[in-house]
Design a protein around this ligand. Sequence first.
Ligand code: TYD
Length: 208
Amino acid sequence: MTNGYLISFEGGEGAGKTVQIKRLRDKLTENGFDVLVVREPGGTVISEQIREILLSAKNVGIAYTTEVLLFQSARAQVYRELVLPSLEAKKIVLMDRTRDSSVVYQGMVRGFGVDVIEELNNISTRETYPDLTFLLDVPVEIGLARRAQTDKMDRLDMEAKEFHEKVRAAYLKVAKKNDHGRWHLVDASKTIDEIFEEIWQTVSKTLL
Ligand code: TYD
């Protein structure tokens, strides 16, 4: 490896990204890799402040354009402060959402269009793409039920079921198109162990 390696996790609400990322971090660390975990929006002091604005249930009046630009602002900050320097330092960076979340939520579901979002993504990330992307796909009812059991519902979780169905369909479309051959579709209605097994097989094939 001349550079680091960027692995992203994408999917709708309650797909279980966070649990899988923790397991992958532990397994990679056991295998001697230097691993950084980053969630978007967030990951740095400034990006976490932007996250607050984006996800606060109080901010129902946020305009879609504001939302688009704030997600990109949070991204630009975390890439400059953390992601790009870590990749240069040859680390493995695991991301809980990144550019494809904007493509799906803002580009396809809110209707801004994929091209404009990808242009913004390229500015925010300095044209960095994940090397590997896992789409954890789960039926909307299962995802929302899992989410309702765990933490508080944020502004985006409270969207109508129809919104979440659109998110799921958009992700499946992007994963099937599989640009750059980096997408891996995972059936996230399986057990945590089964899902992790699938993820580890793919990651270990590339990194070990
Ligand atoms: P979060 O609580 O991290 O959701 P999850 O646990 O499902 O990952 O909240 C992130 C929310 O922000 C989620 O609903 C997806 C949305 N989002 C976008 O709409 N665009 C983006 O670019 C990103 C990064 C997230």
